[in-house]
Design a protein around this ligand. Sequence first.
Ligand SMILES: Cc1ncc(COP(=O)(O)O)c(C=O)c1O
Length: 477
Amino acid sequence: MTDSKDRLLPEKELEFIKRIHGVLIDYLDQKENSLVNPSMAHDNPKSGVNFSLDEPNDHDSIESLIDQYLGSAIDTSSPHFYNQLFSGFSTMGYLGEIIASITNSSMYTFEMSPMATLIEVELIKKMTTIVGYENGFGTFVTGGSNANLVAMLAARDRIYPKSKKEGLYNEKILCAFVSEESHYSYIKAGYQLGIGIDQIIRVSCDQTGHMDTDALSLEIKNAIHAGRIPFFVGATAGTTIRGAFDPIKKINEICKNNHLWFHIDGSWGGSVLLSKQHSELLDGSEESDSFAWCAHKMMGVPLMCTVILMKDKDVLRNINNVPSTDYLFHGEKMDLGLHSLQCGRRTDSIKLWLTWKYYGDIGFEKRIDRLFDLAKYAESKVRSSKLFKMVSPCESLNVCFQIQPKELNQSEWSTFTKNVRNRLVEEGEIMVNYANIGDISCIRLIIVNFNLRRHHLDTFFEGIETVSKETLRDLFN
Ligand SMILES: Cc1ncc(COP(=O)(O)O)c(C=O)c1O
């Protein structure tokens, strides 16, 4: 059937791919010594890159563009990258990404992706069981934001089943409840689902960032009194800024008493279920109706890799069942596209499956336990310092602290903290973010890189202390 003319790739292309693989291997090999933010070392990261798309380019110029890209990319694999809720390099994840791209399949039908379908089903079974659903189901989605959207859609479908066909026009106003420290994706979901941003009620939190359940009960009561229809509560397991875990059991009780959909956004913290030592943070998760879980965060798999899990195995099928799909779905029960908002969908499951196969449950557990130990270590460094002050206790992997030099007034600490952070990041060796808690700005140090060790944290604290002193000196000179 195939002769030499039918080769997938001309010899020249194959040679080029091999050459670039070499470049990628060299890149991985040299990462250890590179800056987290290499573009900070150059005069202008944009200089010399030709971004325009008019002319074709040969292999040599493509190679130099790839070099330029790699040379300026933030090194998120570095243990000195603390900026977001992900960090690190995953060998199995990387290989899974290449396999997904080389096979370029799509998850809609079993026919298109037989092995990836079985892999995804196995992962969903494993993850729903870990959450505590006996007969649940789920699907991979494009990220935590999308998982929260799908959960809210399922809840809307349950309370107003007719809305799928008729929309919300003849219905009373719905309202949902999330904490004031929950992720902004809930607000977007309210907009996207026609519920309205104003109907996403942001319940106040206690001093340490957990949803205040008395306030939740009161908000529900007030909403009913005002003629609105409460339908959804979104708890957060691992808030974006403080890493706080909302009180799952209490919230569940309120949901059950009021017949509300109970969703847990475990995008960040869901992975603690893999640790016997820390899973108690999510005690009661089995009582929820849905659960968002990002493997690209605490499980160290490359972005994006998220599941939305449902306690009721039929929900996803129901909300995604629409007409005019028979060109694609021909009656095969294992067609996962029937359960998904997306039509074409990447085989994100492969990278998680390979990683899980490699580490086993025990490998994830050890790594996550180590991260918790390191976060405690970082917290102890802050607590023993005269310059730094925790602004909230470290409950999981977020260490939030402020820089409080005694030479400055309290009112100046927030600005000073942001200035130090910006200066530190400009130096290019460390990348950490700042965030606001109430009206206080703080450093939000995220401990999530599986390669992180105590000595990296020592370097981090030495670095930030040095930059704090320099910034202070400049202020008074
Ligand atoms: C608690 C929480 N939920 C949802 C999200 C959104 O996740 P994604 O970036 O995968 O859409 C985030 C992102 O940081 C988050 O912290």
